[in-house]
Write a protein that binds this ligand. Structure first.
Ligand SMILES: Cc1ncc(COP(=O)(O)O)c(C=O)c1O
Length: 390
């Protein structure tokens, strides 16, 4: 039966690799999962008041279709949060989605046509390329210097063509942990304006930074056309509940997408209503759980990066945010990073993700480790990686 070429091009290395891990597991090997960026699968939980808010909303009967754009109180709370980060938004500029994943699908559906090009930070979170391809577009990676979290401005300029429609920024980045500085963001906004490009900025890890203060795109973008993507899966520990949002800033250039994209929200009816009540509580309730989570992560980041850099044959730049390390395989005896990761899995049971799954141009020759597990698990995994590299 017919299958479209577009869907055949969809890949998601982070989950695709689990198929291989299950095979190894069936042969009796215990798997140490370091592949998935889900805090809940490593022992973290949403706070009790947030869980209670969802249960309460169910008990009170909020079990119907929500408004397509989302619960007005939640949209208002999100607008307050994003405004505090510097973005010029109000309640009407927020649209609630089933995670950033759905938001990304809606945005790419709205702007990408056959042959259009979208600039992505190299390496990038895989769905960015998948959704661009799904709509017939071409992902184009630009270089980022991981040592100092700086996008290569000249490289970006050289890659802009008449077909380029948008530049995507992911800060803090998955898989590298790079966090763009205010200066870099200003330069990126300048380039986007010069070439009339949408600025699509993913800030899902906005509060998970370890070394320097986070700067949101809103702080520097003025009324340039910014589409901000954010959600509750990471900072707010609600990954399985599937909730995120799109925020449009006040650029007049966004008028056509603001008119058309909400139709996509209407055809999918709405997002889960009790989850929206929980998200509201997570923004309005006590925020202490976020700093506790981030300080746990910082300890794990420091441990993992130090250990990785002590292993001959590996080198790792310091992730400034999110919860991933992205070591470089300096001397790879295997043909590809994918083979390295597969052999590591077969010999040790440690499951990581090959760097090329995050873009072949800049991701190849690396692998990604999630540093969400506790220190004992990380210590065990790093001992195994060390023995394997030796
Ligand atoms: C940069 C980035 N954006 C979006 C997502 C997915 O977000 P959501 O769970 O809101 O769909 C992830 C998940 O790993 C991510 O790393």
């Amino acid at each position: 039966m017919k299958i479209s070429k577009k869907v055949a091009g969809v890949e998601y290395a982070i989950r695709d690799i689990v198929v291989a891990a299950r095979q190894v597991e069936r042969q009796g090997k215990k798997i140490t999962y370091l592949n998935i960026g889900d805090p809940i699968q490593y022992g973290f939980q949403p706070p009790q008041n947030v869980k209670e808010a969802m249960i309460k909303s169910i008990r009170e009967g909020h079990n119907y279709y929500a408004q397509s754009e989302g619960l007005p109180e939640l949209r208002e709370a999100i607008a307050i949060k994003e405004k505090a980060k510097g973005l010029s938004v109000s309640t009407d500029d927020i649209l609630i989605t089933n995670g950033v994943s759905e938001a990304l699908d809606m945005v790419m559906s709205s702007i990408v046509e056959e042959g259009d090009e979208v600039l992505l930070p190299g390496p990038y979170y895989p769905p960015y390329a998948s959704y661009v391809r799904l709509h017939g577009g071409k992902p184009v990676e630009f270089a980022v210097d991981l040592k100092n979290s700086t996008p290569d401005i000249d490289d970006i300029k050289s890659k802009i063509t008449p077909k380029t429609v948008a530049i995507c920024l992911i800060s803090p980045n998955n898989p590298t942990g790079a966090v763009f500085s205010e200066k870099s963001l200003k330069q990126l906004v300048g380039i986007a304006n010069e070439h009339d490009l949408y600025i699509i900025c993913d800030e899902i890890y906005d509060q998970i930074v370890f070394d320097e203060k986070f700067t949101g795109i809103g702080k520097v973008s003025g009324n340039s056309p910014v589409i901000l993507l954010n959600g509750f899966s990471k900072v707010h520990l609600m990954s399985g509940w599937r909730i995120g949002y799109i925020a449009f800033n006040n650029s007049p250039k966004l008028a056509p997408i603001r008119e058309n994209l909400p139709k996509l929200a209407r055809v999918r009816i709405s997002t889960n209503l009790p989850v929206q009540y929980a998200a509201l509580e997570s923004l309005r309730g006590p925020q202490g759980y976020v700093s506790e989570f981030v300080s746990e992560l910082k300890e794990r980041r420091d441990f993992v990066v130090k250990r990785l850099n002590s292993i001959p044959g590996l080198s790792c730049s310091n992730p400034k945010g999110a919860f991933y390390a992205f070591p470089k395989i300096e001397k790879n005896p295997y043909k590809t990073d994918q083979e390295f990761v597969m052999e590591l899995l077969r010999k040790t049971g440690v499951l990581t993700v090959h760097g090329s799954g995050f873009g072949t141009q800049y991701g190849s020759g690396h692998f990604r480790i999630v540093f969400l597990p506790d220190l004992n698990t990380l210590d065990f995994a790093l001992n195994e990686i060390e023995k394997f590299c030796q």
